[in-house]
Ligand binder design. Structure first.
Ligand code: FAD
Length: 314
């Protein structure tokens, strides 16, 4: 119960701008940021992606930033992704989708009034064009439950032209098993995660146990389907179950992948890659790291202790 309360407080903190200023100034914050975030600019992202490729990992790069408040910021995010994809391609990193990109529609304008969804779609289209030229893919991150319908509409529109665009579904949401059924079709890339946002009980399972059980049900649907499941979790039990379900339905190792975050269980990521498994590291980078970092801290009390230490020494 305490852990759940802690998580709720932290998730609220991820949206608090005064706390953000305090955290950004704290000296120990830098240490934490370095663990979970590749750095602030494209050069850092390219460096970390190159290093991970050297260790046999696949990579998805996420330029941090969400909830933009004007169209110019959304366009700047779009241009940054297009520029990054050009550089990745020039370095040969995008071949066969080895390094792809993850995108948050809220960073592309999704919440900008009545035309926000259209703005985000157009910006995402430009990123998909660049990814297509580079020979790689794009995955649309999933944000809080109020955005799911809109994100799935944008996904459908994009997939008409770019069938390889991936979606993310969160087992925390009651609707997700049904969404998995809809998306478990040929060519469809679906990343299954537990969900990192505080969501009301009317739409989400309240206990970790229920979220895990939902994860297993969703896994079964995705693995039995014709798409390409991307199992995003650090949870050893769920990863074992994913292996077992894949075996049961006769999937070979190239028809699905495991995904983990930069800085979380790095030894396990390297171990799986060394076994020849498809493992993709999600690598966030950019100036706007605050909300992302706080969500990671909310997942683990040990990380929270580090943050508190940093604040008391400010
Ligand atoms: P948990 O129950 O949180 O953790 C299981 C175990 O993993 C823990 O006991 C611990 O050993 C280890 N662990 C987990 N987190 C940490 C940590 N921060 N530090 C150290 N050890 C840790 N969420 C979204 O809502 N939308 C998205 O688009 C999205 N994309 C994601 C992409 C990837 C590749 C991954 C891996 C996660 C993504 N998430 C996303 C986050 C996800 O929803 C969870 O919040 C997060 O992965 C933690 O859940 P878990 O499955 O690892 O299980």
């Amino acid at each position: 119960v305490i852990a759940e309360a802690q998580r709720a407080v932290l998730l609220a903190a991820s949206r608090n701008s005064r706390l953000r200023e305090v955290v950004e100034r704290a000296p120990v914050t830098r240490e934490l940021v370095r663990r979970f975030v590749a750095g602030t600019g494209d050069d850092h992202a390219l460096e970390v992606a190159t290093e991970l490729r050297g260790q046999g990992m696949l990579v998805t790069l996420d330029r941090l930033g969400e909830d933009v408040t004007d169209a110019a910021d959304a366009a700047a995010t779009r241009d940054a992704y297009v520029g990054l994809l050009g550089r990745l391609s020039a370095l040969g990193l995008t071949e066969g989708g080895a390094v792809e990109t993850s995108v948050k529609l809220s960073a592309l304008g999704q919440a900008l009034g009545a035309s926000g969804e259209q703005t985000a779609l157009e910006n995402a289209r430009a990123i998909c064009d660049a990814a297509s030229l580079a020979g790689t893919t794009v995955t649309l991150d999933m944000e809080d439950h109020t955005t799911v319908d809109s994100t799935l509409r944008v996904l459908e529109a994009l997939r008409a032209d770019f069938p390889w665009v991936g979606a993310v579904l969160q087992s925390q949401l009651r609707r997700t098993e049904a969404d998995c059924r809809e998306l478990a079709t040929a060519g469809s890339r679906v990343r299954l995660c537990k969900g990192a946002y505080a969501q009301p009980e009317s739409v989400a399972f309240a206990t970790p146990h229920e979220v895990d059980r939902s994860y297993v049900r969703c896994l079964k649907v995705l693995m039995a389907g014709e798409g390409y499941p991307m199992v995003a979790s650090h949870d050893p039990t769920l990863l074992e179950i994913a292996d077992a379900v894949a075996r049961d339905v006769g999937r070979d190792g190239d028809s699905w992948e495991v995904q983990m975050l930069l800085g979380v269980r790095p030894e396990e990521q390297a171990r799986l890659a060394a076994l020849g498994r498809r493992v993709r590291t999600y690598v966030p980078y950019g100036e706007d790291w605050y909300a992302y970092l706080v969500r990671r801290l909310a997942e683990r009390p040990a990380n929270l202790a580090l943050l508190l230490r940093s604040l008391t020494s400010t």
